[in-house]
Design a protein around this ligand. Structure first.
Ligand SMILES: CC(C)(COP(=O)(O)OP(=O)(O)OC[C@H]1O[C@@H](n2cnc3c(N)ncnc32)[C@H](O)[C@@H]1OP(=O)(O)O)[C@@H](O)C(=O)NCCC(=O)NCCS
Length: 232
């Protein structure tokens, strides 16, 4: 059983606290935070990146939150590179109203949170991001269930491509989820992806009524250890 440390936080609302936490970020993060046009996007970014540092320090208390340094992989995945990092892996996600950070030791991890958009145009995008089997299963559902299933598949798919570190360089329609019982899911991967679907475990979570989340780990099974660190 692989335990994933999953930390969640709602975005900061206090400008004073945002200024305090910005001091914890590195120069690159501060520059990116400064580039957001919308205040809410800036607060979301600062929350997610401060949360990541706080959670990493929880696992490696000898490293101050402001001392974490990251390298960025070929497809954009940040990885902590401090000497104390060892086998520590992390991944962050942010969406309207929610930030999430997943941390593991020694195995790839990906996390995704998505605001469940109320718009119907999202269904038009299904054929470009979902497999034929996923699109079929959406078609048989009523509107509310279809929306929920859409975001179930979406978050699972994103958690997988993020755990691989490849982002959307992986062809999304070749990654196919099916729901079995309750929130239990199965994964089917096209052979061209060169990966074994049975080597992955997934867990889903609902941090609020309008946000869905999923975590992927390369492991036989997964257990989420959920926390809400006090960031605000
Ligand atoms: C990585 C990616 C997949 C995540 O996108 P997203 O869901 O919009 O954003 P999230 O908030 O979940 O994750 C962003 C974080 O993931 C991390 N990240 C970036 N590239 C990554 C990669 N290749 N692998 C893993 N993590 C990555 C970063 O920490 C990033 O945060 P930052 O920008 O604040 O530094 C993005 O590259 C992307 O292209 N998204 C396209 C969305 C899409 O079409 N999805 C269809 C799925 S059905």
């Amino acid at each position: 059983m692989t335990v994933v440390d999953l930390a969640l936080a709602t975005p900061l609302t206090s400008q004073l606290r945002a200024t305090q936490l910005t001091a914890m970020l590195d120069d690159d993060e501060r520059a990116r935070a400064d580039h957001f046009h919308h205040h809410d996007d800036r607060l979301l970014y600062i929350t997610a990146h401060a949360l990541t540092r706080l959670v990493l320090t929880r696992r490696r208390p000898s490293v101050d939150p402001s001392a974490w340094r990251f390298s960025v992989g070929p497809w954009g995945r940040p990885h902590p590179i401090n000497a104390e990092t060892g086998e520590l892996r992390c991944n962050l996600s942010h969406t309207r109203g929610m930030t999430a950070v997943a941390v593991t030791e020694g195995t790839d991890v990906g996390v995704d949170v998505e605001w469940i958009r109320p718009d119907d145009w999202i269904f038009d995008t299904a054929p470009t991001v979902f497999s034929a089997a996923e699109v079929d299963s959406l078609g048989s559902l009523g509107n509310d269930e279809r929306r929920d299933r859409f975001f179930l598949y979406w978050t699972l798919k994103e958690s997988y491509i993020k755990a691989r570190g490849r982002g959307v360089s992986l062809p999304l329609t070749l990654i196919s989820f099916a729901r079995s019982v309750g929130e239990q899911v199965t994964l089917d991967l096209d052979p061209s992806l060169g990966d074994d679907a049975s080597s992955w475990a997934f867990a889903t979570f609902r941090p609020s009524t309008d946000v869905r989340g999923a975590v992927a780990v390369r492991a036989p099974s997964i257990e989420l250890e959920l926390s809400w660190p006090d960031v605000a």
